[in-house]
Design a protein around this ligand. Structure first.
Ligand code: AKG
Ligand code: FE2
Length: 688
């Protein structure tokens, strides 16, 4: 009876149905109801047919009732070999392998006949088919439309769980019916933590047909439970199970028939949050750390002491529960009008349930807290429940988070079948995978943009899928172009930065002051400012380069200059994509000659090529060291007066006598003019 579980959780046996068995004879009421079941009135048959809405198969009403009456539900669930595990103090798992085994074959036949033809494939990547009953529901990214027409047998099973077991479960209003028709059909690791399910959902799974394995694991990847889904078995997850654990039904090698699982839940569409942004994470926030945090185990120790206390909870249930159950039954009977025969078969079980519940003292507060009132009571009574009942922290807006790209080694990803599906499950459909080089021999990568939270999960070392552990997950440098049409760009295309130069900015203005003036006082949309320094001397000039991403700022400044109440700075364009006019030949130190006329062994670069003029002068000039007169544009060329004005370069282009050049020297911050004779006694100065 003990559970193969490596958690410090508590596993205990629930009382078997022998202990819970009733000795009460059927009541008069139940006998009446049985009689009614045997001979349903025409009114009841009509009602029954009306209940079977259009989405359900349409056997004649008589036949339907006849079929139902063939399924005689037991008075009590069979709790033989039932196991209950309290995991991490606040999560409860119950496995009852024979829960409804008595009627399993009949239920199976009915569901296969009635519902399988209407079930639809859940996702292309997952072969299993589903059928939904309940309010509209978004389930792992797929919207299931509202369907309030309960199939009779399923509704009866729901009521059976609610009324006729000792489990403190809510009255489920929804059920997802899964059909695993092929051995390959599966449901990957996931938690049922959709918004509509509320904070601590209770989910009951009743299985029929082929046996499969239902597995539970911690979020760090350690498998904690393996339950064979025997026909008629029940697996109940309550409390914080969906936060702490994930579950799956893996593919099988073979299977005999179809496996059907009825997963009952309470859904509240009003809890559904709008997911306007693709990056909005949809997995629920765990109590500790990240979604795959390791610290969950640690909580067990801290809070393990509370487990023993929980047994007491059972004691305060029976009367309240019985009364509610009775009320519900009455209500149901009156409302449905057709249920007499069903209920009649179970006559007297209300009292039996009460007796069983009175003797059962093992249902934990964690599960009981599934309903709001129980949650409050439990929170008041149990410290762990107080923690668990905390409202979820508000979700952070995700708008500003850019997509992040990861690389997972292809080998690792390939080992994990259906990697894309796996990602979608674990990352709530936010992560997408693309095999960058499927046919390549060398390691290729799967790349998937994800949210910031995914980032923490992936890079925090918490991507604990066994198969992926061998290969580290790394962040890939963002690229501006999409990898292919399944991915967006990793990085938003940057707006081009424009630059221009403000002239005659007094040296008294520091860069910071000038930036403050522009940004603060003039409200200009600028990125930064940078005072230009003479390359040769490093001295600050009166030119300040301004960087902006705003086309408007750029154009306005160039047109009007930068004007304050007292100052005006002219602005000049300094786009570097225009050909830079060379001002002086590198080799011969002459201005304005053509390359063809240059008498040196090699032409004087672009300076000579672009500037018409006379030939290079003396050999002495040609042999002058080139470094001293280099005029290539710097990476970010400082705007010399000659380049940034329209007037000066023209004047300079005219051939000039050498003495005129000397006069110009102060205006040429980047050029050192090497006079022929005599050698200069002072270093050339820079304009500024
Ligand atoms: O088929 C099962 O047992 C599990 C199904 C399930 O986990 C689900 O529908 O969320
Ligand atoms: Fe599930």
């Amino acid at each position: 009876m003990s559970l193969d579980c490596d958690e410090p959780g508590q596993t205990s046996a629930l009382p078997s149905n022998e202990a819970a068995a009733t000795t009460e004879p059927p009541t008069a009421e139940s006998s009446e109801l049985s009689a009614a079941a045997a001979a349903p009135t025409s009114e009841e048959r009509q009602q029954s047919a009306a209940d079977q809405a259009s989405t359900l198969p349409k056997p004649p009403a008589e036949q339907l009732d006849a079929d139902i009456s063939q399924i005689i539900f037991p008075d009590e669930p069979d709790l033989t070999d039932c196991q209950q595990t309290i995991y991490a103090s606040d999560s409860t798992i119950i496995y009852a392998p024979k829960f409804l085994s008595e009627v399993a074959d009949q239920v199976y036949e009915r569901l296969i006949t009635d519902l399988l033809p209407q079930a639809f494939q859940h996702r292309p990547s997952e072969q299993r088919r589903v059928y939904w009953i309940g309010p509209s529901y978004t389930y792992s990214g797929v919207e299931l439309k509202e369907n309030l027409n309960w199939h009779q047998v399923i509704e009866d099973i729901r009521d059976f769980i609610y009324h006729d077991t000792q489990f403190d479960v809510p009255k489920f209003n929804s059920v997802l019916v899964n059909f695993y028709t092929e051995p390959g059909d599966r449901i990957p690791w996931h938690s049922d933590d959709e918004d509509e399910l509320g904070d601590r959902p209770t989910i009951a799974t009743v299985s029929f047909g082929a046996e499969r394995l239902f597995m539970l694991r911690r979020r760090d990847g350690n498998v904690t439970h393996r339950f064979p889904t025997l026909p008629g078995s029940l697996i109940l997850m309550a409390g914080n199970c969906q936060k702490r654990l994930q579950h799956q039904v893996p593919a099988a090698h073979s299977q005999n028939g179809v496996r059907i699982s009825l997963t009952f839940r309470v859904t509240k569409p009003e809890l559904r949050r709008k997911r306007a942004l693709p990056d909005d994470p949809t997995y629920s926030q765990p109590l500790n750390g990240g979604p795959f945090g390791d610290d969950q185990g640690g909580r067990d120790d801290d809070q393990g002491g509370h487990d023993d206390d929980q047994g007491g909870r059972g004691d305060d249930r029976p009367q309240e529960r019985q009364a509610t159950a009775r009320r519900d039954r009455e209500g149901d009977r009156g409302r449905r009008g057709r249920g007499g025969h069903q209920r009649g078969r179970r006559g007297g079980r209300g009292a039996a349930s009460g007796a069983a519940a009175a003797s059962a003292a093992s249902w934990p507060a964690g599960a009981a807290a599934a309903s709001a009132t129980s949650a409050q009571a439990a929170a008041a009574a149990r410290p762990y429940a107080q923690v668990a009942a905390r409202p979820a922290p508000p979700r952070r807006p995700q708008a500003a988070i850019p997509p992040i790209v990861f690389e997972v080694h292809r080998d690792a990803a390939n080992k994990l079948m259906q990697f894309v599906a796996w990602l979608q499950t674990n990352f709530a459909g936010e992560a997408r995978a693309v095999n960058t080089a499927p046919m390549a021999n060398q390691p290729a990568y799967l790349v998937f943009p994800a949210s910031e939270r995914d980032y923490n999960v992936f890079l925090g070392g918490a991507l604990r899928e066994e198969k992926l552990l061998e290969h580290p997950v790394k962040r890939r440098p963002a690229r501006a172009r999409p990898l292919d049409n399944r991915t967006g760009p990793d990085r938003v295309q940057q707006q081009p930065v424009r630059t221009f130069v403000a002239t005659e900015v007094p040296l008294a203005f520091s860069e910071a002051d000038f930036a403050t003036l522009l940004r603060g006082t003039l409200k200009l949309d600028i990125v930064s400012v940078h005072r230009i320094r003479a390359r040769a001397t490093g001295k600050a000039t009166q030119f300040v380069r301004i960087f902006t991403k705003s086309a408007m700022t750029y154009e306005k400044c160039l047109r009007d200059g930068i004007c304050t109440d007292f100052l005006k700075f002219n602005c000049e364009d300094s786009r570097t994509d225009e050909p830079v006019r060379a001002l002086q030949c590198q080799r011969c130190q002459e201005f304005g000659h053509r390359a063809a006329q240059c008498r040196g062994s090699s032409a004087a670069g672009f300076a000579a090529a672009s500037i018409p003029g006379r030939s290079a002068s003396t050999r002495a000039q040609r042999s002058a060291p080139t470094a001293a007169a280099r005029t290539e544009p710097p990476v970010e060329p400082a705007p010399s007066p000659r380049r940034s004005t329209t007037r000066r370069p023209e004047r300079l282009l005219r051939p000039k006598p050498r003495r005129e050049l000397r006069k110009l020297r102060p205006l040429l911050p980047q050029c050192q003019v090497r006079p022929t004779t005599p050698p200069p006694t002072t270093t050339p100065t820079a304009a500024g």
